[in-house]
Ligand binder design. Structure first.
Ligand SMILES: NC(=O)c1ccc[n+]([C@@H]2O[C@H](COP(=O)([O-])OP(=O)(O)OC[C@H]3O[C@@H](n4cnc5c(N)ncnc54)[C@H](OP(=O)(O)O)[C@@H]3O)[C@@H](O)[C@H]2O)c1
Length: 257
């Protein structure tokens, strides 16, 4: 039986990943900061749930002790999915929020990888990072979030060289997905378009397929094109985005108070 460790299983894409993996017969070990929700009762056994706040310094050791206590010496897949967002200009973001984004989105996946790598090597498994199509596509109001995802991409690229054939290092780049992340990040309701976004179930299914095929990918054809363009024509994309941002600021300044 495959053993899959997923961070951030309590909501959104992580929740969908847990349900789909469990339905396929895998044992899902979940990590989350609050109590295991009822909706996961049939997918994550209560004893296989590790309550840990990934923003806290000792989180990686906590997960390690959790695995030791259950005698889990091999992990087939780790999915670094948990993340937090924040919406607005950097100058308006509190330093506590900046620290939280850096801890949860970047430090936690790196320190967890460091702590758990021997167990993934033992299973000749895979480490998957859930990044974002925004890691190469600049947009105003997400600078710190985007920076954490771009740094995670960089970590994965380097790690892949280090581990060679011992472990598969994969990155998935979803685009906008219909989860609570936008609301939690403080994006105004009128700027959220859930009807245009992919469902978390569809995104989870694409991640699972990518892991099975051992292939990193942007999720969905539009995000594949966006990522390809943003990676190959960085200067043009940045120039276009600066123009769009300037225009938005100008329009805003002309609106009556
Ligand atoms: N939604 C999108 O449009 C989108 C687009 C591109 C990439 N992504 C990426 O997809 C991944 C999943 O996001 P999502 O949209 O499913 O968001 P979500 O619904 O908010 O789920 C994120 C999960 O991470 C957990 N988490 C947050 N902070 C944590 C902490 N300190 N310790 C432990 N767990 C913590 C959350 O717990 P709580 O339930 O307690 O908040 C939640 O279970 C993230 O890496 C995100 O960056 C999302």
């Amino acid at each position: 039986m495959q053993i899959i460790l997923i961070t951030g299983v309590n909501d959104g894409i992580g929740h969908a990943l847990a349900i789909q993996y469990a339905a396929s017969g895998a044992r899902v070990l979940g990590v989350g900061r609050s109590a295991l929700p009822e909706s996961l009762a049939g997918s994550v056994h209560s004893d296989d749930y590790c309550a840990a706040d990934l923003g806290e310094a000792g989180a990686a050791q906590k997960v390690q002790s959790f695995l030791d206590a259950r005698g889990v010496t091999g992990l087939d897949v780790i999915i670094h999915n948990a993340a937090v967002g924040w919406y607005g200009a950097v100058q308006n973001q509190s330093s506590a929020s900046i620290r939280e984004l850096l801890s949860v989105n970047l430090s936690a996946p790196i320190t967890l990888t460091h702590a758990l790598l021997p167990r993934v090597c033992a299973a000749r498994g895979a480490i998957a990072f859930v990044s974002s199509v925004h890691s190469v596509l600049p947009t105003p109001d997400f600078a710190v979030y985007t920076a954490t995802k771009a740094a995670l991409d960089g970590f994965a690229r380097n790690l892949r060289l280090e581990v060679g054939n011992a472990v598969d290092v994969l990155v998935f780049w979803p685009g906008p997905t219909r989860t609570q992340m936008h609301v939690k990040s403080g994006i105004p309701k009128e700027k959220i378009y859930p009807e245009r976004y992919a469902s978390p179930e569809a995104v989870a299914a694409q991640i699972i397929t990518g892991i099975r095929r051992r292939r990193s990918q942007a999720l969905g054809p539009i995000n594949q094109v966006l990522r390809w363009c943003a990676s190959h024509f960085e200067f043009l994309v940045d120039t276009a985005m600066v123009t769009v941002a300037r225009r938005a600021r100008y329009e805003k300044s002309r609106r009556p108070l």
